[in-house]
Design a protein around this ligand. Structure first.
Ligand code: PLP
Length: 394
C-alpha cells in the first residue's frame, strides 16, 4: 500500500510533539537529548523564548506581501549580514537548495554579462549542496543523481586533497568553484585552511568565482559566525540556510557587488523568500549568535564537548575510531555500523545524525549547557556499551 507520505525517508520510530532547549519530548513522554538539532538547524534549541516571541509578534502584524513591495525586515537583516561578512548584498530564499540554485545562476550570469563563455562549475567529491537539479549536479554523487538524468550539464567534481587535479580543473574557463568549508553530509570533513586559501589564490589567478556552501557549517556552528573566517579568506558568493532561521525555513545568498553584478531586476525571484515571518526570526537569530561573547562561549563549549567525546571514543575502541570536526560540528567516526550506534542512542534517549563515511554527526544547539554536554557523554557511553553487548559472542 502506498503511504500518504511519499516514502523518500526511512524514518526512525520516534514521534516528537514538543521541544524545550536541547530536549525533544515524544508522544509517549520520553525525553531525548537532541544532538542533531534538526540537522544543524535549531541553533538556539527548541522553543527559544526570544525566537517564539519574534515569530508570534510578527504573526500578529503581517505574514506575507510578496517581493512586489519593499519588506522592511529584509532590509534590516540584509544590512546586518552585510555588516558582519564579506558580502555587499543578500538575496533571501527558503532553503539551502534554493540558495544553491541562485549561487550557480549568479556565477553563470556574471560571465554571461561579461560576454565570456564560462559556465563550468568545479565541485568536490563527498559534497552536498541540496536536492535540486543544480544541487545534485554540483555534488555529483551517484546516490543523489542516479535515475534523475539528464543532469544539469557543466559540473565536475574533484577530490579536495588532489591539488594537481584542482590546478588542472580550475582554469580561465571555469565559472566558479563550489565547496563546503566543512563537509556535513559527507561525514564532518573540515577542509584544511591551507586548501581554502589555495582555492582562493587559484580563483584570484583564474578569475573563477569562489562559492562557499555554509548551509550546514555557518551561523556560529564552528565557533565563528562563518566557518571560512578561520582560514582568514572570503568567498565571492556564500550560501546560508539551516541555522540562520533557527528552525523557521530561511536561506540566503550573500555576494560581493562584483559577483552579483549580473543579477538585475527580473533575473531571479521567489514568492516566499524573505517573507516578514522569516525575517523576524532571522533577525533575532543574528542578534543572539553574531555576538562575540556568544561565539566565544560556543568555542569554549566545543572544547568541553570534544573532550567528553574523546573520552567516550577512548572507552569504546571497538565501536568508535575517532572524533573529528570543528566547533559544535563534530563527527564520531565509527567502527561499528553508524546506524547501530544511532539506534542504540535512541534507546539511550540521545539523538545523533548519520553521515557518509560511517560517521555519527553531533550537531547540538549552540546554547547547549555544560551539564547537557556531560549528560550527552553519559548517554553516548551507554549507547556504546549496548552496541558492544550486541556484538559480543554469546
Ligand atoms: C542541508 C544542506 C543543503 C540543502 O539545504 P536544504 O535547506 O535542505 O535545501 C545544501 N548544502 C549543505 C552543505 C547542506 O548541509
Amino acid at each position: 500500500m502506498t503511504s500518504s507520505i511519499l516514502p523518500t525517508y526511512s524514518r526512525a520510530p520516534m514521534r516528537f510533539v514538543k521541544g524545550e532547549g536541547a530536549w525533544l519530548i515524544a508522544e509517549d513522554g520520553r525525553r531525548y537529548l537532541d544532538l542533531g538539532a534538526g540537522i544543524a538547524v535549531n541553533v538556539l534549541g527548541h522553543a527559544h523564548p526570544a525566537l517564539v516571541g519574534a515569530l508570534t509578534h510578527q504573526a500578529g502584524e503581517l505574514w506575507h506581501t510578496s517581493n512586489l513591495y519593499h519588506i522592511p525586515g529584509q532590509e534590516t537583516l540584509a544590512d546586518r549580514l552585510v555588516e558582519e561578512t564579506f558580502a555587499d548584498t543578500v538575496f533571501f530564499t527558503n532553503s539551502g537548495t534554493e540558495a544553491c540554485e541562485l549561487a550557480v545562476k549568479m556565477a553563470r550570469k556574471y560571465w554571461h554579462e561579461k560576454g565570456e563563455e564560462r559556465n563550468e562549475v568545479v565541485g568536490f567529491t563527498g559534497s552536498f549542496h541540496g536536492r535540486s537539479s543544480a544541487g545534485i549536479a554540483a555534488a555529483g554523487a551517484e546516490k543523489l543523481t542516479k535515475g534523475f538524468g539528464p543532469l544539469l550539464p557543466g559540473f565536475i567534481q574533484i577530490d579536495f586533497a588532489d591539488h594537481e587535479a584542482i590546478q588542472t580543473a580550475v582554469t580561465d574557463k571555469t565559472a566558479a568553484v563550489i565547496i563546503e568549508p566543512v563537509q556535513g553530509e559527507g561525514g564532518i570533513v573540515p577542509v584544511p585552511d591551507q586548501c581554502l586559501k589555495g582555492l582562493r589564490d587559484l580563483c584570484d589567478e583564474t578569475g573563477a568565482l569562489l562559492i562557499f556552501d555554509e548551509v550546514q557549517c555557518g551561523v556560529g556552528r564552528t565557533g565563528k559566525l562563518f566557518a571560512h573566517e578561520w582560514a582568514g579568506i572570503a568567498p565571492d558568493i556564500m550560501m546560508v540556510a539551516k541555522g540562520i532561521g533557527g528552525g523557521f525555513p530561511l536561506g540566503a545568498v550573500l555576494a560581493t557587488a562584483e559577483a552579483s553584478a549580473g543579477m538585475t531586476a527580473g533575473s531571479h525571484g521567489s514568492t516566499y523568500g524573505g517573507n516578514p515571518l522569516a525575517m523576524a526570526v532571522g533577525k533575532k537569530v543574528m542578534e543572539i549568535v553574531a555576538d562575540e561573547a556568544f561565539l566565544a562561549d560556543v568555542r569554549r563549549k566545543a572544547g568541553r564537548l570534544r573532550q567528553r567525546l574523546e573520552g567516550v571514543v577512548a572507552g569504546h575502541p571497538e565501536v568508535f575510531e575517532s572524533v573529528r570536526g570543528s566547533g559544535l560540528m563534530l563527527g564520531l567516526k565509527c567502527k561499528a555500523p553508524n546506524a547501530d550506534v544511532i539506534a542504540a542512542g535512541y534507546a539511550a534517549e540521545v539523538l545523533g545524525v548519520p553521515a557518509a563515511d560511517n560517521v555519527v554527526r553531533i550537531l547540538p544547539p549552540l546554547n547547549i549547557t555544560d551539564e547537557e554536554i556531560d549528560e550527552a557523554a553519559v548517554r553516548l557511553d551507554r549507547a556504546a556499551v549496548a552496541v558492544e553487548a550486541a556484538k559480543a559472542p554469546a
